[in-house]
Design a protein around this ligand. Structure first.
Ligand code: EPU
Length: 345
């Protein structure tokens, strides 16, 4: 009874719309929505047994999910804010950041403090808590390069645990939180290790070209350049619903790559190892004729074929159908299977 009262004091909502909680702008509701301000509140909620055998999903900014129908379980949403400076010396700084902090606010915070390492990840939508789960990445930098450790609650025994970078088993858009700790570990804070030394990552794509438009190279101009590049390719989710890259870039064998390259000498690629190459899914989709095309109210962005968009009132299922059709076309033309990076719920 005591615990029940506490939960009511906390924010448990019923039949709650998720429209404002997914960047695709899909209008669905969740049976229950629970928002917590601290790890203690989350633990208290878990211990109350309200969840019992209900399914649950920990939702950040909703920038990497596609809701295909009303959610029948409990959506857990972190409002854990705040920055805590844990440790620093002349070259390095360790900062602990709440899972509910908006990712790009964190990037801006680092840039304003002259801390290096995260600036290439400017303007990625979503919350800090999702960054290690997805191992977000852009312009030659991934979360794994700056995550020191991840703090969260283990839903099996309701204890708080800290995972080192190594324990997170980071991979390309992948981590232990998508596998062994899926549906089990809820990220509450992330500790980032940033540099006070002036080190930039400017090798990727058109960063240098964009930077040449600015009078000097410093953290602020690198951030501005990254934002400018992103804005030319990626639609603003506040204006056009989308979830960033919809598919992962597939990795194929060098043998297969050489075969396709004979027919398409201009095929872009990244070296993974001697035996494997990564191919931009955007290129495969464009070659398959889908760039700028639509299925119902769902479409393929005309400036970046990897981005699926909500053209207005799209249902989750329309986006799924479009995604299936794209996968089939790419498979037919290239014999390559592309898989969504976005999580379907
Ligand atoms: N390309 C096309 N057609 C297009 C777009 C791109 O052919 O419509 C080709 C071009 O040859 C281009 C290449 O694809 O050079 C790569 O494109 P881009 O640099 O835009 O990157 P991407 O591989 O499509 C990845 C990430 C993005 C990240 C960018 C920049 C994945 C799945 N996506 O996209 O991440 O911002 O690199 O680093 O790895 C996200 O995950 O939501 C995301 C936006």
């Amino acid at each position: 009874m005591y615990l029940c009262k506490n939960i009511l004091r906390m924010k448990l909502l019923e039949n709650y719309s998720l429209l404002a909680y997914n960047t695709f702008g899909i209008d669905v509701s969740t049976r229950y929505f629970f928002e917590y301000q601290s790890s203690d509140e989350l633990v208290e909620f878990l211990k109350s047994n309200f969840l019992n055998d209900k399914s649950f999903f920990s939702l950040g900014g909703g920038s990497n999910v596609l809701f295909t129908k009303a959610y029948e379980g409990v959506i857990l949403h972190s409002k854990i804010e705040g920055y805590e400076l844990l440790q620093q010396d002349e070259t390095t700084v360790y900062v602990k950041v709440g899972a509910g902090v908006v990712w790009d606010d964190f990037v801006a915070f680092c840039v304003s403090n002259n801390w290096f390492g995260v600036e290439n990840l400017s303007l990625i939508p979503g919350m800090v808590g999702a960054s290690p789960v997805q191992n977000i990445g852009a312009y030659g930098v991934e979360a794994k390069d700056i995550v020191d450790s991840v703090v969260g609650v283990d839903c099996c025994d309701y204890t708080q645990k800290t995972l080192t970078n190594e324990a997170c088993c980071f991979g390309y858009r992948d981590s232990i939180f998508k596998h062994a700790l899926k549906d089990r570990f809820i990220v509450t804070q992330v500790v980032f290790k940033l540099s006070k030394k002036e080190i930039y990552n400017l090798e990727y794509g058109t960063i240098k070209e964009e930077l040449s438009k600015y009078p000097t190279v410093n953290l602020e101009t690198v951030r501005q350049a990254i934002i400018a590049i992103r804005e030319t390719k990626l639609p603003d989710p506040k204006k056009v619903g989308n979830a960033g890259s919809f598919f992962k870039n597939p990795v194929i064998t060098t043998e297969k790559f050489k075969l396709i390259q004979k027919q398409y000498p201009d095929m872009p690629f990244y070296d993974v190892s001697a035996d494997y190459k990564k191919i931009p899914a955007a290129w495969l989709i464009e070659k398959s004729g889908w760039k700028g095309k639509a299925y119902g109210n769902a479409g393929v962005h005309d400036k970046q074929a990897l981005v699926l968009i909500n053209k207005g009132n799209a249902s989750g299922n329309e986006v799924v159908e479009l995604s299936n059709r794209i996968c089939q076309s790419v498979k037919k033309l290239f014999e390559i299977a592309i898989t969504p990076e976005v999580i379907f719920l």
